[in-house]
Design a protein around this ligand. Structure first.
Ligand code: SAH
Length: 248
C-alpha cells in the first residue's frame, strides 16, 4: 500500500507537505495554547513535522497515520532527530475510518480531507476521536480569487470551481456544520512557493540521479512545465489554511 509514486519523488525533500513554512507551523502550535501532555491524532501526517515539532516545543503526545511508507520512515527519523520518540508514534496505513482507542484533545487532518470523503466527512471522522472540549484541525484549500473559468480551476489542479470555496464561505461551512472556528493560520504566496518551488530542485536532482527510470519522462515533463503553470494558476488563485474548530 502506498501513494502514487510521483508524490514520493517530488516531495521526498519536504518536511511539510503543504504550503506552510516551519514558522507558520510554529505560529499555529503557539496559537492553540496547547497544554503539555495533550494527546493528538494526525490523519495523513506526512513526514510528521507537526507532531514532532509540537512534541518538542509544546510537549504534546501523539499518533500519526500516513499511507506513504517513505513519509512514515522520514517521520520516524525526524522523531529520533528531535528526541521525541517516547512522545510520538507513526503508523503506515490507510487512515480512512481511523478512530483512536484513547480520545484526544487535538484531532487533525491537514491537507488530506479526501481521507474522510471531504471536509464534512473528515470533521465527522475526527470528532469520533475527540475529547469533550477538544479541538479539530482541518487544513484545506480555498479560492483566494474565484477562478473566472473552469479551465483556470483545472490549471490550479482542481477538477472544477466547485471543488473549493472562497474563504468566507469555507468559514460559514464550518459554522453550518455546528462548529466554532476558534483559530486559523493561512498560507501566503511565499509559503506556497516553499511547497511548490521546492519540488522543482528535487525533481531536477532526481532526474540527474535516475535518467533511465521508467518515470523519468513524466518527471521531466512536469519539471519543464510546472513553474509556469504554478505562477499562472495556483499562486494567483489558490489559498490554503489550517482552521481550528470546536463543536458548538
Ligand atoms: N499533513 C501532512 C501531509 C499532507 S500531504 C503535512 O502537512 O505535511 C497529504 C498526505 O496524505 C500525504 O502524506 C499522503 O501520503 C497522505 N495520504 C493520502 N491518502 C491517505 C490515506 N488514505 N490515508 C493516510 N494517508 C494518506
Amino acid at each position: 500500500m502506498d501513494i502514487p509514486r510521483i508524490f514520493n519523488i517530488t516531495e521526498s525533500a519536504h518536511r511539510i507537505h503543504n504550503p506552510f513554512t516551519p514558522e507558520k507551523l510554529a505560529t499555529l502550535g503557539a496559537a492553540l495554547r496547547l497544554e503539555r501532555g495533550t494527546r493528538m491524532l494526525d490523519l495523513g501526517c506526512g513526514s510528521g513535522e507537526m507532531l514532532c515539532t509540537w512534541a518538542r516545543d509544546y510537549g504534546i503526545i501523539g499518533t500519526g497515520i500516513d499511507m506513504s511508507s517513505l513519509f512514515i520512515e522520514q517521520a520516524q527519523r525526524r522523531a529520533v532527530e528531535l528526541g521525541v520518540t517516547d512522545q510520538v508514534k507513526f503508523i503506515h496505513d490507510d487512515a480512512a475510518g481511523y478512530v483512536s482507542d484513547e480520545k484526544v484533545g487535538l484531532a487533525a487532518c491537514v491537507g488530506a480531507t479526501w481521507i474522510g470523503g471531504g471536509v464534512a466527512g473528515t470533521i465527522e471522522l475526527l470528532r469520533r476521536s475527540l475529547l469533550p472540549g477538544g479541538i479539530i484541525l482541518i487544513g484545506e484549500p480555498y479560492w483566494r480569487q474565484l477562478p473566472p473559468t473552469e479551465d483556470v480551476a483545472k490549471g490550479c489542479g482542481a477538477h472544477s470551481i466547485s471543488d473549493f470555496l472562497i474563504l468566507p464561505e469555507l468559514l460559514s461551512s464550518f459554522r453550518r456544520l455546528g462548529y466554532d472556528v476558534v483559530e486559523m493560520v493561512l498560507a501566503d504566496q511565499d509559503s506556497w512557493d516553499r511547497y511548490e518551488a521546492a519540488k522543482w530542485l528535487t525533481m531536477r536532482r532526481w532526474l540527474e540521479a535516475n535518467p533511465n527510470d521508467d518515470f523519468a519522462k513524466e518527471v521531466r515533463a512536469e519539471l519543464t512545465l510546472e513553474p509556469e503553470r504554478y505562477a499562472t494558476y495556483t499562486r494567483e488563485y489558490l489559498g490554503w489554511g489550517v482552521f481550528a474548530l470546536m463543536p458548538r
